[in-house]
Design a protein around this ligand. Structure first.
Ligand SMILES: Cc1cc2nc3c(=O)[nH]c(=O)nc-3n(C[C@H](O)[C@H](O)[C@H](O)COP(=O)(O)OP(=O)(O)OC[C@H]3O[C@@H](n4cnc5c(N)ncnc54)[C@H](O)[C@@H]3O)c2cc1C
Length: 424
């Protein structure tokens, strides 16, 4: 069976594979420009299957320092042996992870990490505005909160251990103010006195329900004439024909590949190797939590964020290197639970929910954005790793620009999808 993407008339058409934040942003942008845009995804936008559902919600403009930094290769073995560390590895998956892990650790060398941070800053710097523009006039707008974002430390000495990353942020134009314990507790009296120092960034933002936000954006897109084919894409041909799992085919003028971590398999079918894994992370949501932080915190020693969400407190983070489809582990959630109790010793809540998600993380921590060589109708837009919510609207917008034949107002060479080489 052969189906044309929905719509009629002369307007150009696009299929957007994946309805997470990136895909919905791209599809909505195209729709606003008069395209017949169709999302293709087996799940509803905002579904817990999506990384876009369970993330920490932070519009992390300043989160430009990649996870792989100078010295990580030396620190990582010790972290893996420490049960209190936020880095987990499913040892049996290590052989399969090595082709990603080795270049990932290599990307932590000083010059490379600086290059990556500069490319990330280009994507994150105006992210709050990008979200506001995308959500304006839609039911998603009320989910956006703006305000400060604080990195919490036990002491100034602990903060100074992160000096390299903060100096890099400063070089890239991000400024912060410093707060001592007294100032922190004046704003948040229940905060554990063990946190005695913070670096606070202004002009940040967060999404008070990331799943609700993506769902609301998609609702608007559909009400305004967009379409959703609820099916999984099995393959994309070089001419842009999309074959669905049930054998149907769809065709459009352009295809945007925004299937998060699963984009790798679809890109491989187009002859493109993307060195990307599911860098797994977890959240623990404490519904009805009291107290809850007035602004989002990054708990620097636990490497998790504590975000005031619509229904309570969400603690999200942790890196677990494991097969994408391995069952969720219990230890990361236990670690988040201990982290929440340490943040607020008096913490109470009504209900606790945990979640595991898959960050689409390339070996150089940069997304893939651009047309597929040899298949110019197909445009890659995935790989947002730890900041995929933050940069989703920007990636979506630039993918829409590329689909329309416009050069985005940015240097995209660092994001070229072909940088990892052809599929073998
Ligand atoms: C614990 C955790 C905390 C995080 N915290 C933050 C944060 O605070 N701030 C931030 O900016 N980022 C954060 N992130 C990262 C962020 O969530 C992701 O980078 C981002 O959501 C990726 O969005 P996406 O649209 O690319 O992918 P997804 O949201 O995963 O969506 C991909 C979609 O593609 C669909 N799909 C897959 N295969 C196919 C196929 N074959 N055919 C059709 N559809 C397909 C899937 O069903 C899915 O709906 C966090 C991630 C985790 C795990």
């Amino acid at each position: 069976m052969r189906e044309e993407a929905k719509g009629g008339g002369e307007a150009p058409s696009a299929l957007v594979i994946g309805a997470g934040i990136t895909g919905v942003a791209a599809a909505e942008r195209l729709r606003r420009e008069g395209w017949r845009a169709t999302l293709v995804d087996p799940v509803e936008p905002g579904d817990p299957e999506q990384a876009s559902f369970g993330n920490g919600g932070i519009l992390a403009r300043c989160a430009v320092v990649p996870v792989s930094t100078p010295g990580l290769a030396l620190r990582a073995p010790r972290m893996l042996l420490d049960p209190g560390s936020p880095l987990f590895l499913r040892w049996r998956d290590l052989p399969r992870l090595m082709p990603w892990l080795v270049p990932f650790l290599r990307a932590g060398r000083e010059a490379e990490a600086r290059r990556i941070a500069a490319a990330l800053a280009m994507l994150t710097e105006d992210s709050v505005r990008q979200h506001q523009e995308l959500a304006a006039g839609t039911p998603a707008a009320p989910f956006i909160r703006t305000g400060e974002y604080a990195y919490l430390y036990a002491s100034r000495a602990a903060f100074e251990k992160d000096a390299w990353g903060f100096a890099l942020r400063r070089e890239l134009g991000f400024a912060w103010r410093e707060a001592d314990g007294a100032a922190l507790r004046a704003a948040d009296p229940a905060l554990n006195p063990r946190y005695d120092f913070a670096a606070i960034f202004e002009d940040h933002g967060w999404i008070a329900s990331p799943g609700g936000y993506v769902a609301a954006l998609a609702r608007h897109f559909l009400r305004q004439g967009g379409a959703h084919v609820k099916a999984r894409a099995r393959a994309i041909a070089r001419d842009g024909t999309v074959t669905l799992e049930d054998g149907r085919t769809l065709r459009a003028d352009r295809v945007i590949l925004a299937a998060g971590v699963r984009s790798r398999e679809l890109a491989r079918g187009l002859g493109l190797e993307i060195n990307m894994i599911a860098e797994r992370g977890y959240h623990l949501e404490l519904r009805g939590a009291r107290p809850a932080p007035p602004i989002p915190y990054m708990i620097a020693d636990g490497k998790f964020v504590a975000t005031p969400m619509e229904g309570g407190l969400r603690c999200a983070g942790v890196v677990e290197l494991a097969d994408a489809d391995a069952p969720p582990s219990a230890a990361p959630v236990r670690l988040l639970r201990r982290g929440a109790a340490r943040l607020y010793p008096q913490l109470r809540w009504d209900e606790a929910r945990s979640w595991m998600g898959r960050r689409p993380s390339t070996a150089d921590s940069l997304p893939a954005l651009g047309p597929v060589p040899g298949a110019p109708r197909v445009i890659c837009a995935f790989g947002g790793q730890h900041v995929g919510l933050t940069i989703g609207p920007r990636l979506g917008r630039m993918a829409a620009d590329l689909a329309a034949g416009r050069a985005p107002n940015a240097d995209l060479r660092a994001l070229a999808p072909e940088r990892f080489g052809p599929a073998s």
